[in-house]
Write a new protein. Structure first.
Length: 256
């Protein structure tokens, strides 16, 4: 059934014979808004997330029991002595690998522990750690069986990650003679070392790092984590003229 209507005269308009013209509008009180039905779904955590939350509670209780002052102290601030720059690989948990506790390591991780002079993410972390937290040591850590290294040694198109891996591919190109003739496993292991050395070199050319090395003895160390043994192996990233090289870096990259 159509809603009832009422006629409203329109000023200045006349019917033939002098009658006022009227326009017809619906009587809005006969319209009914459709009833809004709100269905509330019961929310629940996915099973795996629930397990993680339960594990977290267990861990928190354990820490509160064994180290009752740790978490309250950390809630007031941090003063780590180490900046760890490593790979995002789930098999290399830096705090666990170093046998340390929460609050003792400042961390930056990315695919294949690649450092470039223009990556704002790593630059921000390095500046904050060196200038404001005043860490005493920087560790640049790679690891065996690195997927990023394997990708850089291959020539398959992967997508966005290809752009990220360009510095690692350049390491491969620049050291073609050093890895030429090595078998697959040895070549990958050599590339892991070379990648660490390249990133350490980027670190030592960072103005904030240069100043901290000169002013307060900040150290920079390259390491490789061996997945099979769980041990950290130092990577030789120094030269026979390290002091002179550092002076040259200071002259070229220091910004006052």
């Amino acid at each position: 059934m159509l809603p009832s209507t009422r006629r409203i005269p329109t000023a200045g308009t006349r019917f033939a014979g002098g009658a006022s013209r009227a326009r017809v509008i619906p009587n809005i009180q006969h319209f009914h808004r459709p009833q809004q039905i709100i269905v509330r779904h019961k929310t629940s955590q996915p099973e795996h997330i629930s397990q993680l939350l339960a594990s977290n509670k267990s861990w928190a209780k354990s820490i509160q029991s064994s180290k009752p002052d740790l978490l309250p102290t950390l809630s007031k601030g941090q003063s780590p002595k180490v900046l760890w720059i490593g790979c995002s690989d789930s098999r290399v948990p830096e705090t666990t690998v170093l046998g340390l506790q929460p609050g003792e390591v400042f961390v930056h991780r990315n695919i294949a522990n690649i450092l470039t002079p223009t990556d704002l993410s790593s630059l921000s972390v390095i500046q904050y750690a060196v200038v404001y937290l005043k860490v005493q040591h920087i560790i640049l850590c790679g690891h065996t069986s690195c997927g990023g290294v394997a990708a850089a040694l291959d020539n398959k198109k992967l997508g966005t990650i290809d752009t990220w891996l360009m510095p690692l591919r350049k390491v491969r190109m620049d050291n073609a003679k050093a890895i030429e003739g090595l078998d697959g496993a040895a070549k990958a292991r050599k590339m892991v070392d070379l990648n660490v050395q390249a990133s350490v070199d980027v670190l030592r050319s960072n103005p904030d790092v240069i100043e901290a090395i000169k002013e307060r003895g900040l150290t920079v160390q390259g390491l490789v984590y061996d997945l099979a043994s769980g041990e950290l192996v130092p990577v030789d990233s120094t030269s026979n003229h390290e002091d002179a090289d550092q002076e040259h870096r200071h002259g070229a990259f220091k910004i006052a």
